[in-house]
Ligand binder design. Sequence first.
Ligand SMILES: CC(C)(COP(=O)(O)OP(=O)(O)OC[C@H]1O[C@@H](n2cnc3c(N)ncnc32)[C@H](O)[C@@H]1OP(=O)(O)O)[C@@H](O)C(=O)NCCC(=O)NCCS
Length: 168
Amino acid sequence: MSKPHWRPARASDLPAISAIAARIHPDLPERPEVFAEKMRLYHDGSRVLAAEDEIVGYGLAHPWTQHRIPPLDGFLEQLPGGADCLYVHDVAVLPGFRGGVAGDYVAAIEQLARASGIATLALVSVYATRPLWERLGFRAVTANAELRAKLASYGDNATYMLRDLAAT
Ligand SMILES: CC(C)(COP(=O)(O)OP(=O)(O)OC[C@H]1O[C@@H](n2cnc3c(N)ncnc32)[C@H](O)[C@@H]1OP(=O)(O)O)[C@@H](O)C(=O)NCCC(=O)NCCS
């Protein structure tokens, strides 16, 4: 079997993306149209992990403003003018296909950010993924009350993290 590879997502990948999201994030449900909006607003950040004849993972990212967290299962409506980060909304890979692939996705997003003149990556780490993101250069940010309130919808262990591309 050839190694799964990341490729740009197409509109026709939406059912596969939604099915993986429902399987991996049963407690953080998001509607397919919310994924579709992100893919439409920022196609460059939307990728799928393609194995032989199936999609086994996805990554979604878009320009955003630091210290702001888009609502889970909510529409962005539009991308902010003067965005100062690329926000990684989610990376999810089916269990049998993990190992090195999240790192490959983040490397692609890093290149995209640099090419767009954006010097920071942002994300909300959920479950116990904080060490994984630290390994990829992200650092937890102390959340103020407003940020904490927004993080609550992402579950107990949710942590807002930034990666300064100028530092690496
Ligand atoms: C998050 C996810 C996509 C990671 O995929 P992956 O292919 O296993 O990730 P990688 O192997 O690229 O991990 C990146 C780095 O973190 C390390 N790492 C992986 N799991 C780790 C852990 N639990 N603790 C510490 N480091 C970890 C890897 O070794 C790698 O570092 P290296 O390149 O120096 O070896 C996958 O686990 C997943 O789909 N999880 C469920 C969904 C999820 O939690 N998504 C994140 C939402 S914030």
